[in-house]
Ligand binder design. Structure first.
Ligand SMILES: *Cc1c(COP(=O)(O)O)cnc(C)c1O
Length: 228
């Protein structure tokens, strides 16, 4: 087994163990491998190992890698980073799920970029768990209004919520807040049940708090080249 295969297997075993310990079905959790700063060849290796969900946090990197990995059957790209409105069309054309919708203008831009009126793009509302408004995500107080706005946009399908745990907060507490925000979102959109939370450092806590989508990078890919 290569190092990559061994790390992937170890993470998947840990996810399954944590899920069962929490009384959850491991199959209800989607594990996304975050490939940022790694080359497209790594995505091809991951695909050969059975990975179908991969994530990028920068539009430019997504746009570079997506063509290199075209033709890999069933591969789904997740966009998980801060998005500029002028990049919405590119992101929409490449991603299956956009995790990081955090303002009306971005939602509007993604909607306007729909290739045809029947096309629907899955999106999540990213909520900012820090007081720093420069971080990605809508402030918690704005969740309902943003959800109502997205509901008016015919080509977007609001699926749930996404968050990154702050470094200075115990992850279990941060994810308990996310679970509350998910409940608030569901008062507006009852079907928006997905929760994207949990990374290398905190995925066990996220599983216990009910996450449905894990975004795991370095535990699987190894250290990131350059900007680790
Ligand atoms: C990089 C990144 C991850 C993965 O981080 P790791 O700590 O390497 O698992 C998850 N979510 C977002 C938004 C990221 O940018």
């Amino acid at each position: 087994m290569t190092g990559l295969a061994a790390r992937l297997a170890a993470v998947d075993r840990a996810i399954a163990d944590e899920a069962r310990a929490a009384g959850r079905d491991p199959a209800a959790i989607t594990r996304i491998v975050v490939t940022k700063f790694h080359p497209g060849s790594l995505v091809r290796e991951l695909h050969a190992l059975g990975v179908r969900d991969v994530g990028e946090n920068r539009q430019q990197e997504l746009a570079e890698k997506a063509p290199e990995t075209r033709g890999l059957e069933g591969l789904r790209w997740h966009f998980i980073g801060q998005a500029q409105t002028n990049k919405a069309a590119s992101i929409r054309s490449l991603a299956s799920l956009v995790h990081s919708v955090d303002r009306p203008r971005l939602a509007d831009a993604l909607d306007r970029a729909a290739p045809d009126p029947a096309d629907r793009l899955d999106v999540l509302i990213q909520v900012n768990l820090t007081p720093d408004s420069a971080r990605g995500g809508v402030a918690p107080v704005g969740i309902e209004a943003l959800a109502e706005r997205i509901q008016t946009l015919p080509s977007l399908h609001l699926r749930g919520i996404m968050a990154v745990a702050p470094l200075d907060e115990e992850p279990g507490r941060a994810f308990a807040r996310v679970a509350d925000y998910s409940a608030r979102l569901r008062t507006v959109v009852p079907g928006a049940t997905w929760i994207s939370a949990g990374m290398t450092a905190d995925f066990p806590e996220a599983i216990r708090a009910g996450t449905t989508h894990l975004r795991i990078g370095s535990a699987i890919t190894g250290p990131r080249p350059d900007r680790g």
